[in-house]
Design a protein around this ligand. Structure first.
Ligand code: TYM
Length: 329
């Protein structure tokens, strides 16, 4: 049996280069080594309020983005989470063995709930259990994610092990795949916080869909460090180190070679080079993205096929889980 890889993205706003560098770019490489399932996790998106019409559009845009970055639908299963009801069902079953204390410790929940004040839904709290269900439903062995998801993955492993010891061997505890560099791309306007789709300012991120002028403008406005010089030093120069990481992933040039290229040059010149590297990386993706979004019939065919494949496997697994737990007839 080939190892199974599962990953997903929430359909909230456009994806940014952090999502691409931290997750999607490695998916395109990993699809040659694993059987892959890539999911648009719309049930996760509604844990915070969404505009329903916009959400519907975003779901298809994210699916089209998977294809545009180079995910091959002939090799991989692409599908939408809410179209496979077993995700929500398994999330409920797993919620009966998850402990509230474990969920209270999740840093992403703490961050998001602080921002929302009183307005914290039960769904936002149990979000990591749904994520565990996504993964465990398919006997996933590897999950490639950015650094911010590792704590959620640890919970998935804990739940798999706990279920197995309570009800007998059922789930595989998956391995987390996090890249050595680029797993946490920081905000362009503030290198102390990660780049985020929901950031207050659009100068925090570069969206996959940003045009060349916007990319140039955002790069030029990116904050820099007080100490001059293009050199990688996360402690002393967090802003430039983040830009160097982005430059490296956009161009494929090593950080040491980029440092050499800009030795003795100012930040302005470096930022211009960074912008051009990003434009070169993103323009073929944008071209393909507009091809896929203008051909909804093709996208529908791919997602329908993905849904069938996912459901087939999910139905089998949920039957086993219910049997082990003794529920139903
Ligand atoms: P989401 O939609 O927030 O992000 C999608 C992927 O992008 C990575 N990422 C980043 N990587 C580097 N730098 C950043 N600034 C950055 N921001 C985001 C994330 O780590 C992620 O890999 N809960 C997940 C979606 C999910 C999932 C799953 C993932 C639901 N079920 C099962 C894997 C397996 C999320 O909200 O990702």
């Amino acid at each position: 049996m080939t190892d199974l890889l599962f990953s997903g993205v929430q359909p909230t706003n456009n994806l940014h280069i952090g999502n691409y560098i931290g997750a999607l770019k490695q998916w395109t490489e990993l699809q040659h080594r694993y059987h892959c399932m890539f999911c648009v996790v719309d049930l996760h998106a509604i844990t915070v309020p969404q505009d329903p019409a916009l959400l519907k559009k975003n779901i298809l845009d994210i699916a089209a983005t998977y294809l545009a970055v180079g995910i091959d639908p002939k090799r991989c299963t692409l599908f939408i989470q809410s179209e496979v009801p077993e995700h929500a069902e398994l999330a409920w079953l797993l919620s009966t063995i998850a402990k509230t204390g474990e969920l209270e410790r999740m840093t992403q929940f703490k961050d998001k709930s602080v921002k929302r004040g009183e307005n914290v839904s039960l769904g936002l709290f149990s979000y990591p259990v749904l994520m565990a269900a996504d993964i465990l439903l398919y006997d996933t062995t590897v999950v490639p994610v950015g650094d911010d998801q590792t704590q959620h993955l640890e919970l998935a492993r804990v739940l798999a092990t706990r279920f197995n010891s309570q009800f007998g061997e059922t789930f595989i505890a998956p391995q987390t795949l996090v890249q050595k560099t680029g797993a946490r791309i920081m905000g362009l306007d503030d290198p102390s916080v990660k780049m985020s789709k929901s950031a207050a300012s659009t100068y925090n991120f570069i969206s996959i869909a940003d045009d060349a002028d916007t990319i140039r403008k955002k790069c030029l406005k990116a904050v820099t460090d007080t100490e001059g010089g293009v050199a990688y030093d996360v402690m002393k120069k967090p802003a430039i180190s983040n830009l160097l990481t982005i430059y490296h992933h956009a161009s494929g040039i090593s950080i040491a070679d980029i440092e050499k290229e800009y030795a003795g040059k100012g930040y302005g010149e470096f930022k211009k080079g960074l912008a051009e590297a990003l434009i070169t990386m993103l323009s073929p993706i944008q071209k393909k993205l507009s091809e896929y979004t203008s051909d909804p019939a093709e996208l529908k065919k791919i997602l329908d096929a993905g849904c069938r494949t996912a459901r087939e496997q999910a139905e089998k697994k949920i039957k086993i889980v219910k049997e082990k737990m003794g529920i139903g007839r």
